[in-house]
Design a protein around this ligand. Sequence first.
Ligand code: LLP
Length: 422
Amino acid sequence: MHHFKYRDGVLCAEDVPLTLLAEKVGTPFYCYSTATLERHYKVFAGAVPKGSLIAFSVKANGNLAVLRTLARLGAGADVVSGGELAKALAAGISADRIVFSGVGKTGEEMRAALAAGIHQFNVESQPELDALNALALSMGKRAPVTLRINPDVDAKTHAKITTGTAETKFGIPFVHAREAYAHAARLAGIEIVGVDVHIGSQITDLEPFETAFVRVGELIATLRADGHAITRLDLGGGLGVPYEHNNEPPPDPAAYGAMVTRVTRDFGCTLSFEPGRLIAANAGVLVSRVIYVKRGDAKNFLIIDAGMNDLIRPALYDSHHEILAVKEPAPGSLRPRYDVVGPVCETSDLFAAGRALPELKSGDLVAIMTAGAYGAVMASSYNARPPAPEVLVSGDEWGIVRPRQTYDELIAQDHIPAWLGG
Ligand code: LLP
């Protein structure tokens, strides 16, 4: 469910026509809907056991305004870098609702998180445990830690976003878990608080989640028998969203929450979750203008002013995003097929191949849907293209929440050294 709907023949974000934003902001731009963000957060929070920590995965959308919107509803944050930690704090998310994940936390990043007093570190290896212990001791602190366990479960998602199998770099192998906990228990700067698991992203089937959670439940029992105080269980993120409307939708948060409640009922743990995509994906669109319609020999190309530097998901994961004409097509009108491409000089700068769309011409606007997660955050300035700015809508209000960089700002990032006359 999202709040991008046609009204009087124009696609609107809540009460704001995207045509108006295109005129005021220029194209391309990302547009986020507050009502959709809020709805998704509330639906998820309502589906999982009461008292759970919902730590929004900042990597999905790190815009401060988006984080502030979620913080106001009580969201915490799942961060994977010092930069994300700083952003979550700047957005007003209190440190005691922040969890720090990731395989390569540096000493500097861990020090900042210890100083802030975060809720927990999700530690992914023994060397990381040792480094965190040394730092905590040097600061006169104890670091609250869960160990991220790799349950060796195939999440049946895209290979590039699978994290819970033995072949990936993530987590401590299930078979080494007891040994890792025994090691952690000997470290005075580490306070073991629980277990963490995250098996991948865009998961569209509850079964791999359930298999992993059951396996983790067995581990919790073993760890308690070994004498560890396990009071928290972090179940990660990963629940998929509908990208393609012809496909069967993924299980909804209610079904996921019911499964979690059933499986974890007797675990005796406070739960935390790290949803990213589920909250943000359908709350954002990338609006772009058609530059040219190019008639090729074999196909027609719709060349739009957004490129793979703005939204890299199709190029990187062959991912599908629905594309809508901002001007509502008349019922029964023609739907010719187009390859929808950007201006970047790469063949992979392709948003959709052979897509049936309403007839479009130069100057028309399109909206690339479900782009609120892993869109703007993965943008770059490849081809010296300032990434698309971001706009947040709330009812009939809107604001630019990240402006478009000017060429001067883009150029000012580089410095010419003295020997070259700088
Ligand atoms: N927690 C951890 C430890 C993660 O690694 C991730 C995502 C999440 C939570 C959030 O997962 P979500 O609920 O959003 O599925 N760029 C890719 C997705 C990469 C996901 C990486 N980790 C994409 O565009 O599909």
